[in-house]
Design a protein around this ligand. Structure first.
Ligand SMILES: *Cc1c(COP(=O)(O)O)cnc(C)c1O
Length: 361
């Protein structure tokens, strides 16, 4: 078997041990005589998995008791609409920090529901920079502040979270969830599509503080109300069982790595291989993002010409590395180094970059 070093931005690489366990269990789940994807979501086999996934999340994040962990369908994208439907009442506004494609989409859906404010919009510099937390002026009566911690396409990542005081903070963490400890007390809600850092596509995790959840209005259709999912432990309807089954295993794997502090250390090391290679050849590699905000999860960079970028992508393929073509909207190279991408994989990429720059510069 030859597995590629997979830098795909999402769906993305998963731990080999998890894939092998799926293979082992998929036909006959632990001697039950059926597959877990053939089992009732109300049966004891699935229920144990479901609750394990929730409990592991609480444990890894050190969640206080007043937060609920929800599994939802519809991707992070559905949250862009559900958030204002649940938390942006008529006559109120919400503050959006627009730092790239994803937060822009969230803002755009909020405009269909109410009247949000973009208190920051990085469009004028093509989302290559971020605001300092001190420079942000939140509106005191905002229903919430929305931000994206790592813009997956533009490769910009905040360092930490802002203090929004009494204004509830909502964070789209789709592409850096579980890559480091989270200052959860600053957040009223965080959410993340599973397929970047914690599992396969199909499930989205939302973590919501109880008092904030109480603000959801009663007149929303059932599925779109976060309270429905909180009250029924994300078993109101059939949840994405396969995705949650795999998420549970990935969370166990993260715990086995030593938890989020240990993961953060490895993430920094992996990002170092790529970012240091960029810095070592500043005339050859250009990262458009301001240095202090370069993403450690999805670093992006350009080469001197598109022809060289194509050549580099081909060379990477010959060296067993795939998934590094930048998003079609921005071009260039993107090396997503999510949790399951091995340290040696990031190291090999850094070395390939250095060799290529030496040979072509
Ligand atoms: C991928 C991504 C999304 C969209 O996720 P879907 O699950 O495909 O809807 C939203 N936000 C961020 C930051 C992402 O990286």
């Amino acid at each position: 078997m030859s597995r590629k070093i997979n830098f795909s931005a999402g769906p993305s690489t998963l731990p080999l041990s998890v894939l092998e366990r799926i293979k082992e269990e998929i036909v006959d789940y632990k001697g039950s005589g059926f597959s877990i994807i053939e089992a009732s979501h109300r049966g004891k086999e699935y229920e144990a998995i479901h609750n394990d996934a929730i409990n592991l999340t609480k444990e890894l994040l050190g969640l206080p008791n007043n937060y609920k962990v929800l599994f939802l369908g519809g991707g992070a994208t559905l949250q862009f609409g559900m958030i204002p439907m649940n938390f942006l009442p008529q006559g109120k506004s919400a503050d959006y920090i627009v730092t790239g494609t994803w937060s822009k989409k969230a803002f755009s859906d909020a405009k269909k529901v109410g009247k949000p404010n973009a208190i920051y919009d990085g469009a004028n510099h093509n989302y290559t920079d971020l605001p300092s937390f001190n420079s942000l002026k939140f509106n005191n009566d905002a229903a919430y502040v929305h931000m994206c911690s790592n813009e997956t396409i533009h490769g910009v990542q905040f360092n930490g979270l802002p203090d929004t005081g009494n204004i509830p903070l909502i964070v789209d963490m789709s592409s850096d969830f579980m890559s480091a400890p989270i200052d959860i007390k600053k957040c009223a809600m965080i959410y993340a599509g599973a397929q970047k850092n914690i599992g396969p596509a199909g499930a989205t995790m939302a973590i919501i503080r109880d008092d904030f959840l109480e603000r959801s209005p009663g007149n929303l259709i059932t599925y779109l109300n976060y309270k429905t999912h909180a009250e029924d432990n994300s078993l109101h309807n059939t949840p994405p069982v396969f995705s949650i089954y795999v998420i549970r295993m990935v969370l166990e794997w993260i715990k086995g790595q030593g938890g989020l502090k240990a993961i953060e250390k490895i993430t920094n090391q992996k990002a170092g291989y790529i970012l240091d290679a960029i810095d070592a050849f500043p005339d050859f590699f250009k990262c458009p993002v301001k240095k202090e905000y370069r993403s450690k999860m999805t670093p992006i960079f350009r080469l001197p010409t598109e022809a060289l970028e194509t050549e580099f992508i081909e060379l990477a393929k010959k060296n067993n590395m795939v998934g590094i073509k930048g998003h079609r909207s921005v071009g260039g190279i993107r090396t997503s180094i999510y949790n399951a991408l091995p340290l040696e994989g990031a190291k090999a990429m850094g070395e390939l970059m250095r060799d290529f720059a030496k040979n072509r510069a």
